[in-house]
Write a protein that binds this ligand. Structure first.
Ligand code: IPD
Length: 289
C-alpha cells in the first residue's frame, strides 16, 4: 500500500514535540560528553534516548517501513529504495552540549531515496519546519516558505549572498584542505581573485542551515561530510519552498541523498539558481570525496 504521507507527517510532528520535551529538560554534561571520532564529534545520552523513543514509536506504528538513524547507523545496512524513516535525534549536538540555542530534531521519510516528508523542530526557539512533497513547506504549520513569498529577491550573484558553511568534524586530509581553501576563495576580495561573498554563517546544524535556506534568510549552504539524516528532512522543506539541492562538487545537478556532499540554494524567481550554483562551483578548490 502507498504510504499515507499526511498521516506520516502528523505523526512525525507529534514525535518531534515529544523529542523537544526531552531535549528542553536535558542537562547535558559539558565536561564530558561522549565523543565519537574526535572532540568535535559528540554524542550524549540524550541523542541515544531521543533516537530510542523515536525508533520505538515508528517501528510500532509503521512496522513495514525501514528505519535509519544516526545513533544506530550500521554501515553494513546502507540506505535502500524502501520507504525509510531517516532520523537525526539531535542535529547540532555540539550546540546542544554548549547550550547554544541551535539544535533540532530532524525527521525525514524517503521513498525510492527521494526525500518525501520532512519535519525539523528546534525546541529552543519552538520553530517547526515541515513539508510533504507536492504540498508546500511551512513554518509552524501556517506560514508558507519562503518567508517573503513572491517578493523574494532574485539571486544575483555570490557577492550579494549570505552563505552557510560548516567546519564539520573531519579535520584531516584532502577534504579539509578543499573546504578551507574554498572558504578562503569565497571570502576573498574580487580584485584578488575571490568571490567576495557578503558573509558566512554556521548554524551548527545541517538541518537548520537547510531550513534557513528554505525560508530565504540564507542564500546557500555548502557542506561535505554530513550524512543523510542531517539533510533528508530539510531537503523536502527546501524543495517545497522552491529551493534546490545539488552536489557539493562541481557538475552534479542531480545528487543522491547519501552522497555526503551538498549545496542547497534558496528559491528565486527567474533563472538565478543555476547561475549562482555554477558561480559557486567555480570557486571550489579541489574535489570532496
Ligand atoms: C552535525 C551538524 C553540523 C555539521 C556536521 C553534522 P550532529 O550533526 O549538522 O552542523 O557540520 O557535519 O554531523 O552530529 O550534530 O547530529
Amino acid at each position: 500500500t502507498e504510504p499515507n504521507l499526511n498521516e506520516i507527517h502528523d505523526f512525525l510532528v507529534s514525535l518531534a514535540f515529544k523529542a523537544g520535551e526531552i531535549i528542553n529538560n536535558a542537562l547535558p554534561d559539558t565536561s564530558g560528553p561522549g565523543s565519537k571520532k574526535n572532540s568535535a564529534d559528540l554524542v550524549t545520552q540524550y541523542d541515544r534516548a531521543v533516537e530510542n523513543m523515536i525508533s520505538t514509536s515508528l517501528k510500532e506504528k509503521y512496522p513495514d517501513y525501514a528505519f535509519h538513524g544516526e545513533e544506530t547507523y550500521d554501515p553494513a545496512r546502507p540506505l535502500t529504495d524502501a520507504p525509510t524513516f531517516i532520523v537525526d535525534p539531535i542535529d547540532g549536538t555540539v550546540n546542544f552540549v554548549h547550550g547554544f540555542p541551535c539544535a533540532c530534531v530532524s525527521l525525514g521519510f524517503a521513498v525510492n531515496r527521494i526525500p518525501t516528508v520532512g519535519v525539523v523542530y528546534n525546541p529552543s526557539t519552538k520553530a517547526l519546519y515541515s513539508a510533504i512533497k507536492g504540498q508546500g513547506a511551512f513554518l509552524n504549520h501556517e506560514t508558507r516558505l519562503p518567508l517573503k513569498g513572491d517578493h523574494v529577491e532574485p539571486l544575483s550573484g555570490l557577492s550579494n549572498a549570505l552563505i552557510s558553511i560548516e567546519w564539520g568534524s573531519d579535520r584531516r586530509g584532502s577534504n579539509w584542505e578543499t573546504k578551507v581553501r574554498t572558504f578562503e576563495k569565497l571570502g576573498q576580495a574580487k580584485e584578488d581573485g575571490g568571490a567576495m561573498v557578503r558573509s558566512f554563517r554556521s548554524m551548527g546544524s545541517a538541518a537548520l542551515n537547510i531550513c534557513a535556506v528554505a525560508e530565504g534568510t540564507l542564500d546557500l549552504y555548502w557542506e561535505g561530510g554530513c550524512w543523510e539524516w542531517d539533510v533528508c528532512a530539510g531537503w523536502v522543506i527546501l524543495s517545497e519552498a522552491g529551493g534546490i539541492m545539488v552536489d557539493g562538487n562541481p557538475g552534479g545537478w542531480e545528487t543522491s541523498l547519501d552522497g555526503r556532499k551538498y549545496l542547497a540554494v534558496r528559491g528565486a524567481p527567474s533563472a538565478g539558481q543555476k547561475g549562482i550554483v555554477e558561480e559557486f562551483w567555480s570557486y571550489i578548490q579541489g574535489t570532496l570525496t
